[in-house]
Design a protein around this ligand. Structure first.
Ligand code: RNT
Ligand code: ZN
Length: 427
């Protein structure tokens, strides 16, 4: 008997069908963010550094410096992640010959991404970029007190939704278009309502036109670095905005809440009211640190809420982290594989049985069954899924990354880090 056959029997004993789990997992896409590959730098080359209260910490060598490098790195990473993927890009990754300002972006500036995505059968998701720009130097954009600056960012939002509609039309799948703005205050503000009313007005203008194929969403957070005292786009603000604006959804980034707040519990709360619940999955570490996604308890709970509520096509899973302290290709692979692994773990749980225990008030049985399943042989089913999807199993995917680092990544950053010699891994 193979290890998979043994695992299949072990799960069957606990009331779980591994074949059904694998088949369902093979249909759930995870949208992978382009910005892990270059520390959210983008291609505008204006000399702007990452702003808006975001920070990519670390200086691991080999980051992508242009579209060709970023695309090659993404290909390498995705060849090591089983199952369906989408690609999530930011407006600051437009590929243009001349400098085009954000309010003047057009679909044609993203043609190369469409070509790239089409060849790989990837759907594209999109984000206007409201940071790392001279007009966002004070971390105020859509809520700016200056009407002309607000206008610039409203026009950026409108331009980006048109790009999103173009992606949807070209690729034959929806495009999730996510508005996250940095707007906030370092010091206790004298007015907390004014900025919110201005933000509301700006959003109304951005979302005015209904666009086919575009799923619009807004993303809240608690605070950013240097913006600790007030966040204009707070959770209450955007939940209320989405609830009162049909077609606009509330994206949950699990790095954007207080440490004891659980996004896993927010998912079913929103599923009761909204058709879609978009996610940014990260490893939350007290602040919006954007650590690589780990297979931890909260990730498993998030996956559980998707699977046991049959919300596979309603919860739009995206990743959001940017760790510059480790090999960036490995960072992509680890986070994306972990997301898929968590989904598999949730699929390999006797969810209907557990639910009926709860409804019947059989809490002893519920506790016993939930604990027993924890040590079932998840890894053997995961290995089988990887084999069937044609990607290396655990323990085997790292070698191709090491080779890519040696042959490609370390040749880029020569001179950046004097200790490194080409061909030598810094690990
Ligand atoms: C920032 C938000 C946002 C960004 C990306 C780059 O706090 O999480 O989603 O990480 O847009
Ligand atoms: Zn996010």
């Amino acid at each position: 008997m193979s290890r998979y056959d043994e695992a299949k029997a072990a799960y069957s004993h606990l009331g779980v069908d591994t074949e059904a789990a694998i088949a369902r997992l093979a249909k759930i896409p995870v949208s992978v963010h382009c910005w892990q590959g270059d520390d959210v730098c983008g291609f505008e080359n204006r000399g702007e550094t990452l702003s808006g209260g975001l920070q990519a910490t670390g200086d691991y060598p080999g980051k992508a410096r242009n579209p060709g490098e970023l695309m090659a790195d993404f290909d390498t990473a995705m060849s090591l992640v089983p199952g369906p993927k989408r690609l999530n890009i930011h407006a600051s990754y437009a590929i243009t010959d001349e400098q085009v300002d954000r309010d003047a972006l057009k679909p044609e500036h993203f043609e190369r991404w469409v070509e790239y995505a089409r060849k790989r059968k990837l759907g594209l998701d999109f984000n206007p970029t409201f940071f790392s720009h001279p007009l966002a130097s004070d971390s105020l954009t859509l809520s700016h007190p200056n009407a002309a600056i607000r206008e610039f960012w409203v026009n950026h939002g409108i331009a980006c939704r048109k790009v999103a509609a173009y992606f949807a039309a070209e690729l034959g799948t929806y495009c999730l278009c996510n508005v996250w703005i940095p707007d906030g205050y370092k010091h206790t503000p004298a007015d907390r309502l004014g900025p919110r009313l201005r933000l509301k007005g700006s959003l109304d203008r951005i979302f005015e036109e209904k666009l086919p194929g575009v799923i619009d969403c807004v993303e809240s957070k608690v605070f950013g670095i240097g913006l600790e005292s007030c966040t204009v786009g707070s959770s209450e603000f955007y939940t209320s905005y989405a609830a009162t604006h049909p077609g606009v959804y509330n994206l949950l980034d699990n790095g954007h809440y207080h440490p004891t707040e659980m996004v896993s519990d927010k998912i079913p709360a929103l599923l009761a009211f909204f058709e879609y619940v978009p996610l940014h999955v990260t490893k939350a570490v007290r602040w919006d640190s954007d650590h690589v996604v780990l297979l931890d308890d909260e990730l498993r709970e998030i996956a559980m809420e998707i699977i046991r509520n049959n919300a596979d096509s309603r919860v739009l899973i995206g990743l959001d982290y940017f760790d510059a302290s480790i090999n960036r290709v490995a960072a992509w692979v680890i986070g994306a594989r972990n997301m898929k692994k968590a989904l598999l773990c949730a699929l390999l749980s006797p969810n209907e049985e557990l639910r009926s225990f709860q409804d019947k008030g059989c809490f002893t049985e519920l506790l016993a069954a939930s604990e027993d399943i924890k040590t079932a042989p998840l890894g053997d089913v995961w290995a089988e899924f990887c084999r069937r999807e044609g990607v290396p199993e655990d323990g085997d995917w790292f070698e191709p990354v090491r080779k890519y680092e040696r042959d490609v990544l370390l040749r880029r950053g020569m001179g950046q880090s004097p200790i490194l010699v080409a061909g030598e891994s810094p690990r």
